[in-house]
Design a protein around this ligand. Structure first.
Ligand SMILES: [Zn+2]
Ligand SMILES: [Zn+2]
Length: 411
């Protein structure tokens, strides 16, 4: 083990993590989290700017000529009731955007991302004599809505703080703690959720000839949407189209005047995504026209996560540094994942390559035991009420991975 490890396991990190975990905040409500981050950056002597894209925080370490490395951590938690039973489990509640009181938990592990980035910054600041360039630490709001990174970009992130030469970051997941995983190319799925409002003409249930029945229109639309994947997408492309919600009418003998669908679409290729969204729009509009709808359907995006495309060269360069630091056996290519992430916006908006990797956060003993029993490890995934990473060696590995990656790209 190197000197980096003794620094990165500084006791304040675990305490800081437990504090964040106990005090999760919903997307765009991360004010306490942002304040704690800004205070710690100030303590470390780092230039801080708060309130970017809502609650976003940027810490800038300018250390002479050289590349600018953007290190990203997201800050938000989820409307989930934590059931981990941990002594530092969240009991927090908050009001969601619909005005509803909801439980809140760091069920996606973003508190771990924040903690590791602060730990890495402490070490990088201490090691300034041995590197040059700029470290841009980006603490992002609202990853769970898929819009926080875009909000920071729209708020002038790159105009105000400069453009990065590379975007680096990590997401904790149930791989064995101590392991890192990165996939070159499309690494996280693009996800789009749409609301579709179909307009019909209401009538008495006994007089369908005087109606434009939105229930039949919706049913035909749902069935025709099943042909998007089966008839318009190549066998070598991966796409999911799900109609997760279908609402219309309230009574057996009343034909309603509207129906509402909610769709979720997953894609791995930006061109395929564009094609699939166009096909869906065409089908929805054509079915409405076939039904003689009085108005065109309204298609409204609920949220949108672009495909996260890891730069192949950036992944090769960063994972080579990981292998040298952590050993070949601790660095894997997990293949493309079905989850979604909005970190790629920082790369596409700045034109910089990105390497975004998975940080193992599960107890390695659980994997060893499952392997000995010839079973798959039974571990809750991110977003589960039971999800929480083990504190160590996750923090030590996460801090060290960020330092290793940043040092690889800095002069
Ligand atoms: Zn999440
Ligand atoms: Zn997440």
């Amino acid at each position: 083990m190197t000197s980096t490890d003794s620094t990165s396991t500084a006791p304040w990190l675990a305490d800081f993590y437990r504090d964040l975990h106990r005090h999760p905040e919903l997307s765009y409500q991360e004010t306490r989290t942002a304040e704690r981050i800004a205070a710690k950056l100030g303590e470390l002597g780092i230039d801080v700017t708060s309130g970017i894209g809502g609650t976003g925080v940027v810490g800038l370490v300018r250390n002479g000529d050289g590349p600018t490395v953007l290190l990203r951590a997201d800050m938000d938690a989820l409307p989930v009731e934590e059931k981990t039973g941990l002594p530092y489990a969240s009991t927090a509640h908050a009001t969601d955007p619909d005005g509803i009181d909801v439980p809140v938990a760091h069920a996606c592990g973003h508190d771990m991302h924040v903690t590791c980035l602060l730990g890495a910054l402490e070490v990088l600041v201490g090691e300034q004599a041995s590197w040059s360039g700029t470290v841009m630490a980006v603490f992002q709001p609202a990853e769970e809505l898929g819009s926080g990174s875009q909000a920071m970009v729209d708020d002038g992130l790159f105009e105000r703080f400069g453009s990065p030469d590379v975007v680096l970051g990590q997401h904790v997941a149930p791989l064995p703690a101590g392991m890192l995983a990165a996939h070159p190319g499309a690494a996280f799925a693009g996800a789009d959720s749409l609301r579709v409002l179909l307009h019909g003409v209401g009538s008495h249930g006994s007089m369908p000839e005087q109606s434009v029945d939105p229930v039949v229109m919706a049913a035909a639309t749902v069935m025709r949407l099943q042909t998007v994947v089966s008839r318009t997408v190549s066998a070598t492309d991966t796409v999911v189209v799900t109609v997760g919600s279908l609402q219309a009418g309230a009574k057996a003998n009343v034909i309603p005047d509207r129906a509402e669908l909610a769709l979720n679409i997953r894609t791995y290729d930006p061109d395929v995504r564009t094609g699939v969204l166009a096909t869906i729009t065409r089908i929805v509009e054509a079915e409405a026209q076939a039904s003689n709808a009085p108005r065109k359907p309204e298609i409204t995006p609920i949220d949108s996560f672009p495909v996260l495309v890891n730069d192949a060269d950036a992944v090769a360069r960063t994972t080579a540094a990981f292998r040298a630091r952590f050993g070949d056996e601790n660095v894997i290519d997990p293949g493309p994942g079905a989850a979604s992430e909005d970190v790629g916006v920082f790369a596409t908006a700045s034109g910089a390559p990105i390497c975004y990797w998975i940080l193992g956060g599960a107890d390695p003993a659980i994997f060893a035991k499952a392997k000995a029993e010839g079973k798959a490890p039974d571990l809750p995934p991110n977003h589960s009420p039971y999800y929480a990473p083990v504190i160590e060696p996750t923090i030590t590995t996460g801090v060290s991975a960020l330092i290793t990656a940043a040092r690889e790209w800095l002069d």
